[in-house]
Design a protein around this ligand. Sequence first.
Ligand code: MOS
Length: 750
Amino acid sequence: MTHLPPMTTRSTTYIGVPTSRVDGRVKVTGTAKYAAEYNLAGLAHGFVITSAIARGRIRRIDASDALAVDGVIDVITHETRPKLASSDDKYHDDVAPPGVPYRPLYDDKIRWSGQPVALVVAEDLETARYAASFVQIEYQRDEHVTDVDAERERAYVPPKERGGMGPAEDAGDAAQAFADAEVKVEAEYRTPIEHHNPMETHATTAVWEGDGQITVFDKTQGVKNSQQYVANVFGYRPDKVHVMAPYVGGAFGLALRPGYQLVLAVMATRALKRSVRVALTRQQMFTLSYRPSTIQKLALGARHDGTLTSWRHETVAITSRHEDYQDNVVNWSRQLYACPASALDYKLVKLDLATPCDMRAPGGTTGLYAIECAMDELAYAVGIDPLELRLKNYSDKDQSENKPYTSKELRACYRHGAERFGWSRRSHAPRSMREGRELVGWGMATGIWEAMQMKAGAKVALGMNGDLEIASAFADIGPGTYTMATQIAADMLGVPIYNVTTKLSDSTFPQAPVEGGSWTTASLGCAVREACQGIRRELLRLAQEMDGSPLADCGLDDVAFADGRIRAKDDPARAVAVADVMRAGGAERITQEATAEPSEDESHAKFTHSAIFAEVRVDEELGLIRVTRVVNAVAAGRIINPKTAASQVMGGVVGGIGMALLEETFVDHALGRPMNHNLAEYHVPANADVHDIDVIFVEEKDDLINPLGVKGVGEIGIVGTAAAIANAVFHATGKRVRDLPITIDKVLGA
Ligand code: MOS
């Protein structure tokens, strides 16, 4: 595990210092409340009934037996539901893909197995669940298809509008270059449907506030997204919809779009004029959304010395019938590897399933798995060390847009990662590092993710007693957003972090997008910084108005804010206490609200990079694979909190171990629904599956990316990890398994 220096307790320098979560205590003591934990007077409980078929119509719903159960209040179906918006636009949330968004309980149409078809509301959850078993539903069943191989011929290029990506651009003549190549590697890789499996299941507690307004506690990564969506769907004025999600028990992308439970809870609350909670079961979490499966064909052409001459990457991914969900699987090689000719192709296949959604590093995770395995295959085809092959083809510019990077310390990632791992002691040949009855394998891969910033706001208020309060609508789904914002403000204004209260994820707070895309630290961090700059400016102005001010001739850049004081940088003796400044100026509280936006400068490409090294030990007779060591070296600009950032990368690596060896959703194509819809049969890494994970942040100074110089680390940890493990399995066994997860049967099989 990562070794970190102890947290500092006295200094008021926090940026870059490993800092424990400021919300840690409320979380570990159970005081932090989640969406399904708000117990209101008169709260009713909804239980969702989901569709038993994958495609067709509801012919008849008979709820009379359920309604006769003691304690049942109502059964809401498409026939009995209250009025909902009728245009598609109203259901289009902030992060919806192109297509026709699904409308819960809107009509009799069944689009996937597990779609909600009724909500039973009762005085308590057990009664609602029991009564649900008496609701009789007759379906008209239509033929469904959930098998990608059955539909592969009908793959189409997705539309570009509304966040769609459209076809990728080609460079040079990749087909000709491949035909002419001295060395060729061609392979097809597969990644399965995966489910996010956050600890907290989706839930909404809707509070009846009378007509015309509503309050909801929602499981969401974006309270503003839920707020606007509820306003649109039910016809509220947006400011009359109050959404809060102060704590979120993990999400990984699953709560970026409003969940159907949000609509059902609000619908029931309006119908019954009383507060209602709708919480999904773990099984129902498997029919909400998922990471789409992919089939990826890679064709690499190179010279004998390993220099790339041609790159082709074709992907077929799955989506629903009604929406064209897309993620960026193929557009990464031109950032990573210099190659004169490349052709990137991304297509979708429509299936009778729920619409997929973003899951931790969407597209990058699946794409880099295939890209980095193909590079490993090329390394063996030309007989060059895999790390050396990557250095040989290193690209110092983003070839897709012919731009330099704001920063790219990927070479340092390779160097530091390799050193820490001991890569130089590796013997190249597969099956050459046996230890006892175990085959030892060392593999590596590269990771890359976009370094994004979104427009976001924050409000910061400084009180005369030194208390500092921060507010923003941004969520903290677990990465340490509360702590990051706290550190930045404390640092900027020279107050101890214990004086700071950060409030997040409330729709009445300053505007913020969903927490996702690894953009929160850059986006919220810069907004907090801006607001604190405003407070500094105001404090200095007031300080200079004081009689005989020692700072009279100082500009904002000439002073430091530390230990509750403002002092001249060049003469610490010239200082005034912030409390005195505020008292003198009659300012009990100084409040500043700021909005930070990404720079308009498009001249540089912005990416986060990593190098992952993995050791596996494979029991040759049993086929058991253990990932005994992972070193992940990350270049992500300035790291605000090395402790929570390392946790993010470590968590990403654990996700990568799951992806490589365990995670896979099996769809029963006859029924058209996930079979292993529980945590007993959908395997995720548990403690015994996770051994040493060593996270390194390499030095990366970036003055161009944003004023804080940060890039974000929420997703980079998972990208490339599965490839490093898959490559290690090849190195250990000599067996190239090209469909994830790498299970015992595939390792032992012919
Ligand atoms: Mo992330 S997949 O943007 O929550």
